[in-house]
Design a protein around this ligand. Structure first.
Ligand SMILES: [Zn+2]
Length: 409
């Protein structure tokens, strides 16, 4: 009797648990926003309900696959109105939703408000009420200059995250310093990074930040400072002397060169007689013609290969790699780890490896991808022009002054 009672009780508990979890799961996966008494809003497939603090607003982070259409559908907006909204010409930043973007939702009575920071200095507002909607731009944002600094400990990325540097700023730091500092070979524990940018607030809520205004990287004791400046409406980064942070490459690695075999992904190999993509450009040259490295960089390969013969690979600015093959011989002192300057002679034309005659096989890779060196569009590395020089000097002086005043490392 006693056992039977306990069994029944246990069964009741299990049933209760099942009902409870079904109810809960139903709420979480329901294809709409559930508004509780506490005004928490849950999206489909979002296993963590978004908690609203003391305000009526809730922030939703855009995920891969989200579209304005799918979000509005979850808000139970009438499909006819959704169609009207997504086709509106004045959608502004709502038009492009990228993973990680944030949309702030709120509802007052029957009105639904969507806010999105436009990434520059304003907020796009969408107000939906019944079967009507309005689009507005809010420009009453407060902006403050933000400063972050850190010492590099284990990795550049980790140290930046620990210092609460926003992700877009971390990415930009890699770009603006990537032309001078090799992140694999050069970065040392104890290197320092200091960065100035702008934060935008709407009614006390941090909405986002600008790009880098100025930044300093102290690498192995050597200081690099970069400054944002726009010329003819184009934003770019420059050193204090007005030179662009970007570097360009020489067009050709040997002088007076004639191309004998162009970049061709369907070429028949002259010796192997099979289709072998030609991922470089062949320049004819007499044996012994000097070969010049096309950009500043670090030699990452200098050895003999059966097909390429004597081969040199040079890594430039983290994302570029150039290759020089069939060399007769290397210039003295050229070995893995050698630092080379644009235009420096690194080797001499030859016909080592699988080559029909003396020529230089030259390759250009961007982020590991073969690129036709003849067509590759090089970064535009224009310096500050004379007309902008005074304004630029004023900006750099102000910003470096701020960095020096705020820095404590
Ligand atoms: Zn070749």
């Amino acid at each position: 009797m006693n056992i039977d009672y306990r069994l029944k009780f246990a069964l009741f508990l299990i049933l209760a648990a099942i009902v409870f979890f079904m109810f809960k799961a139903n709420n979480i996966f329901e294809n709409k926003i559930v508004t509780y008494q506490s005004k928490s809003i849950t999206f489909k497939d979002d296993t963590r309900p978004i908690q609203i603090g003391s305000t009526d607003e809730t922030t939703y982070k855009i995920k891969k696959g989200d579209t304005l259409y799918s979000l509005l559908k979850q808000l139970k907006i009438n499909p006819l109105l959704i169609n009207k909204i997504v086709n509106d010409e004045n959608l502004n930043s709502f038009k492009t939703l990228l993973p990680g973007n944030e949309i702030i939702f709120s509802n007052i009575g029957k009105k639904i408000f969507l806010k999105k920071f436009d990434g520059k200095s304003a907020v796009d507002l969408m107000e939906i009420s019944g079967d009507r909607f309005k689009l507005k731009k809010l420009t009453n944002l407060n902006s403050y200059v933000a400063f972050k600094e850190y010492k590099i400990e284990r990795s550049m990325y980790e140290s930046a995250l620990k210092a609460e540097v926003p992700n877009n700023i971390i990415d930009e730091l890699m770009i603006v310093f990537g032309w001078d500092i090799d992140f694999v070979f050069d970065v040392r524990v104890g290197d320092k990074v200091k960065v100035l940018y702008t934060e935008f607030y709407l009614e006390g809520r941090l909405l986002g930040n600008s790009d880098i205004l100025a930044a300093t990287f102290i690498n192995n004791g050597k200081e690099f400072s970069v400054f944002r400046f726009s010329q003819q409406g184009v934003k770019d980064y420059f050193f204090a002397d007005g030179e662009s942070v970007k570097k360009s490459f020489l067009k050709t690695p040997i002088e007076f060169a004639a191309i004998t075999s162009p970049y061709n992904l369907k070429r028949k190999h002259p010796i192997l007689n099979t289709i072998r993509p030609h991922t470089g450009t062949d320049y004819r040259g007499k044996t012994g013609t000097p070969v010049k490295v096309t950009g500043d960089g670090i030699v990452v390969r200098a050895n003999f290969s059966n097909s390429y013969g004597n081969i040199i690979d040079v890594k430039h600015f983290n994302k570029y790699l150039t290759r020089y093959a069939h060399l007769n011989n290397f210039e003295r002192n050229i070995k893995v780890g050698s630092r080379v300057k644009q235009g420096q002679v690194i080797g001499y034309v030859g016909s080592t490896g699988l080559a029909t005659g003396p020529h230089l096989h030259y390759e250009f890779r961007i982020n590991g991808k073969h690129t036709n060196p003849v067509n590759v569009s090089m970064p535009d590395a224009q310096p500050i022009n004379q007309y902008n020089k005074a304004a630029f000097n004023k900006v750099t002086k102000e910003r470096i002054g701020l960095i020096n005043n705020l820095s404590s490392i």
